[in-house]
Design a protein around this ligand. Structure first.
Ligand SMILES: NC(=O)c1ccc[n+]([C@@H]2O[C@H](COP(=O)([O-])OP(=O)(O)OC[C@H]3O[C@@H](n4cnc5c(N)ncnc54)[C@H](O)[C@@H]3O)[C@@H](O)[C@H]2O)c1
Length: 262
């Protein structure tokens, strides 16, 4: 039976056609919510369009979240389907380059900050009037354990994820009087395509085997294991549900307790 607290909620998820975004979309759909996902990757979009969960409650759009014009057009399309939105999950975020500061270039920095921080601004700016009209709602910003600690060789990514926490804390203060709750989630080491790429890049940079890099990553958390994409989806569902009506401005790690980042 669908979970009553999310039934009939309408949720936007950026970068929702694969990884954490898609896993979260599936958890939300299983709880009876309607989900509006966008993604830039045509291949992933085609795949989710064929998925058996794509029935009446999943709406799929192509959109580059880091392009303000495209995000505005996306909201126009969503508004044609629904006048009411309850929640936004600002999930989009790229891993950015791997390397020491001397080896990185400014384009890599700009691109990482644009996608990971400014794109959240585009979505948040457009959703706030809808949530105000709705007399409340929930915004979740995807940060990372790299947003609460340093992350060697990934300085642009760490900078972007710290920024997300600053924005979350600020928005929670600005929007509390409108009954809009704003929280950040810090995923740890997620089993999936992204970490496969991160491990490959780090092994290339440090000239160590992928196995040893993976072993080292896993040993960084107390639970000594991978986190699953659905674990993040479930935490999103809790934060959007009435069970979390008094939770705002919080930074919640789902990471098995990261003890070190190096
Ligand atoms: N995977 C991890 O280990 C991990 C850990 C901590 C935090 N996070 C954060 O969680 C979020 C999701 O991570 P993930 O691992 O699922 O990501 P991912 O790299 O697997 O990508 C997920 C989706 O993002 C889409 N995407 C990328 N750029 C886009 C853009 N400009 N516009 C629209 N869609 C775009 C991709 O097409 C893909 O479908 C990110 O913010 C990420 O930084 C991930």
């Amino acid at each position: 039976m669908a979970d009553k607290t999310l039934k009939d909620k309408k949720i936007i998820i950026s970068a929702g056609a694969s990884g954490i975004g898609w896993a979260t979309a599936k958890v939300c759909l299983s709880k009876g919510a309607s989900v509006f996902i966008c993604d830039v990757n045509k291949k992933y979009l085609a795949k989710v369009k064929k998925h058996p969960m794509n029935k009446k409650k999943l709406f799929i759009y192509e959109c580059d979240a880091s392009n303000e014009y495209e995000v505005k057009e996306l909201f126009k399309l969503i508004l044609k389907k629904t006048k009411k939105i309850d929640c936004l999950i600002n999930n989009v975020g790229i891993s950015g380059p791997t390397g020491t500061i001397e080896k990185l270039n400014s384009e890599d920095w700009e691109n990482t900050l644009k996608t990971n921080v400014i794109s959240h601004f585009y979505f948040t700016k457009l959703v706030i009037p809808m949530l105000k009209k709705n007399k409340g709602g929930s915004i979740i910003n995807m940060s990372s354990t790299a947003g609460i600690a340093g992350f060697p060789l990934r300085s642009p990514y760490a900078a972007s994820k710290w920024a997300i926490i600053g924005v979350t804390k600020t928005l929670a203060m600005e929007l509390g009087k409108f009954n809009i709750r704003v929280n950040a989630i810090c995923p740890g080491l997620i089993k999936g395509d992204r970490m496969t790429r991160v491990i490959r890049d780090k092994s290339k940079f440090l000239k160590l085997s992928k196995k040893s890099i993976e072993r080292d990553f896993v040993s960084m958390s107390s639970l000594n294991n991978w986190i699953l994409e659905e674990d993040i989806g479930k935490t999103c569902c809790f934060l959007m549900s009435d069970d979390a009506l008094r939770v705002s401005g919080q930074v919640i790690s789902v990471d098995g307790n990261t003890e070190r980042m190096n």
